[in-house]
Design a protein around this ligand. Structure first.
Ligand code: MN
Length: 512
């Protein structure tokens, strides 16, 4: 049985999902959970992209202890220097350099010859090896590269010192048979390839990212790259939870497994969904809300008689627990702290104070507080940062025959107050217009969604908004027992992100 290493790029390729912007605290929280899940390598970002990205990579590198932390870099010295600056304090660090190899990219994008591409790739790997033990080289658009030329590139970067060679299907174009064949061919054609890790990286444009990743494993890949919930550029990346469960469930066939702690999958999926605002569809394999629901009478009857009639995996395997009610009004700080540890938080004392205060406030509004409530609450309270505005109060006058009017009171970072009122086409619209006036920000609301965190009439509502201002595209999140308050909180948190991003223009973007 082979063990396939998992390279998670939720924080890099996943963050390239339109509208997804994770701040440093959010990235750290996801990274620590990925480490618990058993990911081998965590790609924390692209350090040269912006000062904010560099800070996030550095902070993930400081907090993560067992997993290897990776930064992406183009094959140029300046990017590699930034990656080193971000990763110098990591326990285990890996540089990830890339250069496109396909004819279409060489001719139209790079305007470079085959020889020039090899030369630049080799130079980048050699330069990276000065600072890093682990250097991964990605042949961008390997999927559409001539096999003999690809073999030449792979041979050259291995000789230059690459320890991992990644052959991505950058555009999600190949069929499983073709993609698996690339790995077979490289194994046959490149002497010394057994000394390095061979990695696959697939996109889901034709819905084949997971199938292609599994085909690559059959062809000889020893590392799989992907994201939690399959988020990422365009149609997304290979969903790592699907790859892991396919290998686990069909190890008789694949003769391969991962080091994943499968019981952490549900929590990781929920955390990534919540912090990115990318809601998991009900019919999504493995982690969708309906993935384990049996609707047809015949199926229900079968499952009751013998679960394996229609169930190839069960919900407990990946850590979905039967709904249990936990804490309430009478629970003390100690019980709350234990619960947080149980749920996987690594909070500092003052963060626990903030979370406990919010928990007590919630207990006043809600009799029974479930794990999901606590998760939503703590994520909302702890992981935000750099607040230019904080929502103090929101008031609304509403009648079905009159125009709703909202007034809001915001506190600026310097302690001064911004108070404004506005009417609007609906309750939420009037609140948002009042917030626009109070903050003086001109933004466009491009998405607004409400999700109920738990069931029942006193359930917590979670609101996701996506705002744009020029090139800036951010999402915000708010949680409350009242959906209008949650709406206001989400909007203010998104405006705070707009202000942060405006102060830090993006220097470069990269795609692999
Ligand atoms: Mn990619």
């Amino acid at each position: 049985m082979r063990t396939i290493e998992i390279f998670d790029t939720t924080l890099r390729d996943g963050e390239q999902t339109p509208g997804v912007n994770l701040n440093t605290n959010e990235k750290v929280e996801i990274a620590l959970q990925l480490e618990k899940l058993g990911v081998t390598r965590i790609e924390a970002g692209f350090a040269a992209a912006s000062p904010g990205d560099l800070r996030s990579v550095a902070e993930v590198a400081r907090r993560v202890k067992t997993a290897t932390v990776v930064s992406l870099a183009r094959s140029v010295q300046g990017d590699i220097d930034k990656a080193y600056e971000a990763l110098r304090n990591a326990e285990n660090a890996c540089l990830h350099v890339f250069l496109a190899t396909s004819p279409i990219h060489r001719q139209h994008k790079l305007k470079m010859t085959k020889e020039q591409v090899v030369e630049q790739a080799v130079a980048a790997v050699k330069y990276g090896k000065k600072y890093f033990d682990q250097v991964e080289f990605s042949a961008e658009d390997a999927g559409r590269t001539e096999l003999d030329y690809l073999a030449e590139v792979v041979k050259a970067v291995i000789e230059a010192g690459a320890s991992i060679v990644n052959l991505p299907d950058t555009v999600g174009y190949l069929s499983p048979k073709e993609y698996g064949n690339i790995f077979r061919e490289m194994t046959l054609r490149v002497p010394g390839i057994e000394k390095v890790k061979l990695s696959c990286h697939c996109h889901d444009d034709l819905g084949m990212a997971v199938a292609n990743s599994l085909a690559a494993i059959e062809g000889g890949a020893t590392q799989v790259e992907g994201t939690i919930n399959g988020i990422g550029e365009r149609a997304g990346n290979a969903a790592l939870e699907e790859v892991a469960l396919a290998l686990e469930t069909r190890k008789d066939f694949y003769q391969a497994t991962t080091a994943f702690n499968l019981k952490e999958i549900a929590r990781t999926s929920q955390l990534v969904s919540r912090l990115t605002g990318m809601i998991v569809p009900g019919n999504k394999a493995i982690v969708g809300g309906n993935a384990f629901a049996h609707e047809s009478g015949i199926h229900q009857d079968g499952v009751l008689k013998e679960a394996t009639t229609y169930e190839i995996i069960n919900a407990e395997t990946i850590g979905f627990k039967p709904k249990q009610l936990v804490l309430g009004k009478l629970s003390g700080r100690h019980a709350f702290k234990d619960k947080l540890a149980d749920l996987g938080y690594h909070l500092e004392a003052e963060e626990i104070d903030v979370a406990f205060k919010a928990f007590k406030e919630l207990c006043d509004k809600k009799k029974e507080v479930s794990d999901e409530d606590i998760l939503a609450l703590v994520d909302a309270k702890i992981v935000h940062e750099a607040e230019s505005f904080k929502l103090d109060t929101v008031q609304l006058s509403y009648g079905n025959t009159t125009m709703p009017t909202a007034s809001v009171r915001l506190i600026r970072a310097d302690g001064t107050v911004a108070e404004e009122a506005s009417c609007g086409n609906g309750s939420v619209d009037s609140i948002y217009k009042a917030i626009d006036r109070a903050t003086g920000e001109e933004v466009t609301l491009v998405d607004y969604r409400i999700v109920s965190v738990t069931h029942g009439k006193d359930a917590l509502g979670e609101v996701f908004v996506r705002l744009q201002q020029g090139d800036i595209d951010v999402q915000g999140r708010g949680v409350s027992t009242d959906v209008l308050e949650a709406s206001a909180l989400a909007y203010v948190s998104a405006i705070n992100k707009v202000i942060v991003r405006r102060g830090e223009p993006v220097i470069a973007t990269a795609k692999v």
